[in-house]
Design a protein around this ligand. Structure first.
Ligand code: NAD
Length: 275
């Protein structure tokens, strides 16, 4: 598998993450899955989380456990529910003994004009895309401080830096995640912990596939026009960012060489916000 080979090569260049344990929220699909796999390939124990049947992950977990000699765990915790979030962190500690790397990735989206934007969608997006990161960070910072090492990686978005119409809740949540990231980074800077926000551009995941028809309706365009004139038009590279690129970047942020990178908004968006 290409990802496996690429990551093995990378761990030769960077240090291994063996002995570290990671929780990656929303890692049953898309970007979270790519990051969880890359961390596992780099040697970290990984807790997967998301809305899939745990048995769907049996094969992948078994393969990683055997080939990388790591531990894995799976949690169905709903990131919109604070008591389930606390339970997931407790489960990760029970499985691995500690949480050293936290990747807040779970996210949802809804595209609609502000005047008809459903209140329930606003509340759900703020809960999953913003508040969940507050709850997970709050739960893991004490042990990271105690050990003097930690990596908090929040998957924000180019929409943490710039807005697009019809994405009020998402853009508000992602700008909020960046503010949370900066604040936490300042609070933990002297404890060997970094907190950063990766700001991806468009990645062709189920989250984006779902918004193509929604955006077509909101902007009165065809779906092809949405892909070429809206999504890829935003990115000077004119191609989607990949989950493999984001996985490699997350592994880099966990290395010693990245220990002075903190409180940063790190765009991985094909030049979108340079314009
Ligand atoms: P995706 O839909 O492929 O995956 C989302 C993941 O989150 C899934 O594992 C899903 O089960 C999980 N999830 C959703 N709601 C949850 C909840 N309440 N509790 C627990 N898990 C939940 O999406 P993706 O594109 O991979 O997005 C991942 C993150 O990256 C999101 O935060 C998204 O905002 C961000 N992002 C995506 C893009 C993109 O273009 N795809 C760009 C920038 C940022």
């Amino acid at each position: 598998m290409q990802l496996v080979e690429a990551t093995k090569e990378k761990t030769k260049i960077y240090g291994s993450l063996r002995g570290k344990s990671a929780v990656v929220t929303g890692s049953t699909s898309g970007i979270g899955l790519g990051i969880a796999q890359a961390l596992a390939e780099a040697g970290a124990n990984v807790m997967f989380n998301g809305f899939s049947a745990p048995s769907d992950f049996d094969d992948l977990r078994k393969e990683l456990q055997v080939s990388r000699k790591i531990k894995t765990a799976f949690s169905n915790a709903d990131m919109s529910k604070e008591e389930e979030i606390a339970g997931m962190i407790d489960e990760a500690r029970a499985a691995f003994g500690q949480v050293d790397i936290l990747v807040n990735n779970a996210g949802i989206q809804h595209v609609e004009a502000i005047e008809t934007f459903p209140i329930s969608k606003w509340n759900a997006i703020i809960a999953v895309d913003l508040s969940a990161a507050f709850h997970t960070i709050r739960a893991v910072v004490p042990e990271m401080k105690q050990r003097g090492w930690g990596r908090i990686i929040n998957i924000a978005s180019a929409h943490a830096l710039v807005a697009s119409p019809f994405k009020s809740a998402y853009v508000a949540a992602k700008h909020g995640v960046l503010g949370l990231t900066k604040t936490v980074a300042l609070e933990v800077a002297e404890y060997g912990i970094t907190a950063n926000a990766i700001c991806p551009g468009y990645v062709l995941t189920p989250l984006v596939e779902k918004q193509i028809p929604e955006t077509a309706r909101a902007r009165m365009l065809t779906e092809e026009q949405v892909v070429h004139d809206v999504l890829l038009h935003a990115q000077p590279t004119r191609r989607f960012v990949t989950t493999e690129e984001l996985g490699e970047f997350a592994v880099f942020l966990c290395q010693d060489g990245a220990k002075s990178i903190t409180g940063a908004a790190l765009p991985v968006e094909g030049g979108w916000t340079a314009q």
